[in-house]
Design a protein around this ligand. Structure first.
Ligand code: FMN
Length: 195
């Protein structure tokens, strides 16, 4: 065995979504965010396009994001569909976080690599961040909402038309016990084709 698999298994299986309402006051430092980003860039990438791009909101950047995304939600949502709780989450959750990372995919100019593969590569980069965060003991929530996929959000994040925002990571420290998870066993999700 080249690496300690038991530790890797533990990190993978103990990675959990922890919501900002369950973040403590303890602040995550920039160096740790850089650690997440560094590992993100080691994800597999077809054609070495390295399509991941990150916009990190910290300090007063967090209020800027909170204001923008909650106001965007309010302005694009029909009266009948408007949900005050959604607005509040968009406004309050960034402020409960030490950092928020916008997960972005920069589309290759030639578009030779299929877009789904570029999204897959960015998703792998996100998993690297989530696992690294778990090793640091960080609480992270990957979130998406109506504003996430809007062109207004692209402009706010400085993305081009063919680029995409795939969501946001809200990052802090947990204030409570680490949550437990559950998954279907592999028998439910696997077909073996032997002949
Ligand atoms: C692309 C993506 C978007 C997600 N967006 C949300 C979201 O908007 N709100 C939410 O509560 N959870 C969101 N999640 C997190 C899932 O709810 C969470 O991973 C799932 O409940 C399993 O829990 P676990 O991460 O603790 O294993 C998202 C996950 C992914 C992969």
């Amino acid at each position: 065995m080249k690496y300690d698999l038991s530790e890797i298994n533990e990190i993978i299986q103990n990675r959990r979504t922890i919501y900002p309402e369950f973040f403590s006051e303890r602040k995550v430092h920039k160096e740790q965010i850089e650690g997440l980003l560094r590992n993100a860039t080691w994800a597999p990438t077809h054609g070495m396009t390295q399509p991941w791009r990150f916009k990190v909101f910290m300090g007063s950047g967090l209020s800027k994001l909170a204001k923008f995304q909650s106001e965007l939600y309010a302005s694009i949502t029909e009266k009948e569909a408007y949900n005050e709780r959604k607005f509040d989450k968009l406004q309050n959750r960034p402020l409960k976080s030490s950092a928020v990372i916008a997960i972005c995919m920069q589309r290759q100019k030639s578009q030779k690599i299929p877009e789904i593969e570029e999204i897959a590569a960015v998703s792998c980069a996100v998993q690297n961040m989530l696992l690294t965060g778990t090793a640091y003991g960080l609480a992270i929530h990957w979130t998406s909402s109506t504003p996430t996929y809007r062109t207004e959000m692209k402009s706010f994040l400085g993305l081009e038309n063919n680029d995409r925002c795939l969501g946001f990571l809200y990052i802090g420290y947990p204030k409570d016990e680490w949550p437990k998870g559950q998954r279907k066993p592999i028998e439910y999700v696997t077909d073996w084709i032997n002949e």
